[in-house]
Design a protein around this ligand. Structure first.
Ligand SMILES: Cc1cc2nc3c(=O)[nH]c(=O)nc-3n(C[C@H](O)[C@H](O)[C@H](O)COP(=O)(O)OP(=O)(O)OC[C@H]3O[C@@H](n4cnc5c(N)ncnc54)[C@H](O)[C@@H]3O)c2cc1C
Length: 311
C-alpha cells in the first residue's frame, strides 16, 4: 500500500515536472513562486552564476570539491546552444578568476548535440579550452538511451584533442559492460551512476541487488586500477561499500559524489573522515523541472520541501 502510494506520487511529480500549465502557474504567481523557490533553494546553487559563486565558495571552504552545471538540456537550435555555451565559458572564466575548486558538468544536448555533431564538438572544445586554464575537467553527463552512441562518439573524439574531458556511464544499461571496457582504456575520468532515465524494455537492469552488485563491480575495477573516477550515488549502501574499497586499494584519483541538497548529512561525515567528496551544484532559472525531478525520484523529499517552506 505504502509502496503503491509512493509510486503514485512519483508518477504525479514526473507529470508535474513536464506540465507546462502547472509550471507557468507556479512561475507567474508571485506568492506561490516564492514558496516553491524556498523549497528549491536546497537543491540549487542559485539562479545566476554570481549567486552560485557564493555557494561554491562556501562548499570549498567546508572541504568539498564541486562540479558545477548550468541547468538545461535538449536544446534544438544553434543560437540557443551557442548561448548556453557562452554561459559555460563564463562559468569556466569565473572558476579561474575566483580560484574555485570546481569542474564543469554538462549535458551535450544543452550545447548542440541535437542540432549537429559539428556544433556540439565546436562548443565542447571552447568550454574545454577555457576550463583547462584552471586545470579543471569538463564532465559529460549521460542522457537517454537514444543518445548514448552519439554522446560516447563525441566524447571519444574530444579526448583526442582535450585531456580534461570526462564521461558519465550508467551501470543499469546492459550495454555498459562493453562501453565500460572500451572507455576504461581511455585516460579521461569516469563518473559512475546507476542511471536515471526510463529505457525501452530489455535495455536496463531494474533497481535492486543485482544492479548494486554490478555497480560495485565497476566501482572496484575503477578504484583498484586508480582510474580517475567519481562514484556518484545517494545510496548509503553503495557509498559505504565504496569506502571499504577505497580503504582497501587506497586510490588517489577518486571522488564520492552527490547532488547538492540530497543526503548531504552523511556526505558531511565522509568528508570529515577525509574521503574525497564532490558536490554537484546546478544553477539557472530552469529549477522548476529540476526540483520536480528530485522529488519524483524520491517522493519523501516532498516533506523536506514542506519543511523548507514553513521554516
Ligand atoms: C553527481 C550525480 C550525477 C549524476 N549524473 C547522471 C547522469 O549523467 N545520467 C543519469 O542517467 N543519471 C545521473 N545521475 C542520477 C543517477 O543515475 C541515479 O538516478 C540517482 O543517483 C539515484 O540513484 P542512486 O544510486 O542514488 O540510488 P537508488 O537506487 O535510486 O536509491 C537508493 C537509495 O538512495 C536514496 N536516494 C536515492 N535518491 C534519493 C533522493 N533523490 N533523495 C533522497 N534519497 C535518495 C534512498 O535512500 C534510496 O532508497 C547522477 C547522480 C549523481 C549523484
Amino acid at each position: 500500500m505504502e509502496l503503491d502510494l509512493i509510486k503514485l506520487g512519483s508518477n504525479a511529480l514526473k507529470k508535474a515536472a513536464l506540465h507546462e500549465e502547472a509550471k507557468q502557474f507556479v512561475l507567474q504567481n508571485e506568492k506561490i513562486f516564492q514558496l516553491f523557490k524556498r523549497a528549491a533553494n536546497r537543491y540549487i546553487g542559485g539562479e545566476t552564476l554570481e549567486e552560485s559563486v557564493d555557494t561554491i565558495k562556501n562548499l570549498n571552504n567546508r572541504g568539498f570539491s564541486v562540479t558545477t552545471d548550468f541547468m538545461g538540456e535538449s536544446i534544438r537550435t544553434e543560437s540557443e546552444a551557442n548561448k548556453a555555451t557562452l554561459e559555460f565559458i563564463s562559468l569556466a572564466k569565473k572558476i579561474y578568476s575566483e580560484k574555485l575548486n570546481s569542474s564543469i558538468s554538462l549535458d551535450l544536448s544543452h550545447i548542440g548535440l541535437l542540432v549537429s555533431k559539428e556544433l556540439v564538438i565546436n562548443n565542447l572544445y571552447k568550454i574545454c579550452e577555457e576550463a583547462a586554464r584552471s586545470n579543471q575537467e569538463v564532465i559529460i553527463s549521460m542522457e537517454g538511451t537514444d543518445r548514448t552512441d552519439q554522446i560516447l562518439d563525441v566524447y571519444k573524439e574530444a579526448l583526442n584533442v582535450h585531456s580534461n574531458v570526462g564521461i558519465t556511464l550508467q551501470a543499469y544499461l546492459h550495454r555498459t559492460q562493453n562501453d565500460f571496457e572500451e572507455i576504461k582504456k581511455c585516460k579521461g575520468s569516469i563518473r559512475l551512476v546507476k542511471g536515471a532515465y526510463d529505457t525501452p524494455e530489455g535495455l536496463s537492469i531494474p533497481r535492486g541487488n543485482k544492479l548494486d552488485e554490478i555497480y560495485l563491480n565497476y566501482t572496484e575495477q575503477l578504484l583498484s586500477s586508480d582510474h580517475p573516477c567519481a562514484i556518484a550515488s545517494h545510496d548509503e549502501k553503495i557509498h559505504k561499500e565504496a569506502i571499504k574499497l577505497i580503504d582497501k586499494y587506497k586510490p588517489t584519483k577518486y571522488v564520492l559524489e552527490r547532488l547538492l541538497g540530497i543526503c548531504n548529512e552523511e556526505f558531511e561525515i565522509y568528508k570529515n573522515n577525509k574521503y574525497a567528496c564532490r558536490m554537484y551544484v546546478v544553477y539557472g532559472k530552469e529549477w522548476y523541472l529540476y526540483v520536480c525531478n528530485r522529488w519524483a525520484e524520491y517522493p519523501l523529499n516532498l516533506f523536506r520541501g514542506l519543511a523548507d517552506i514553513v521554516d
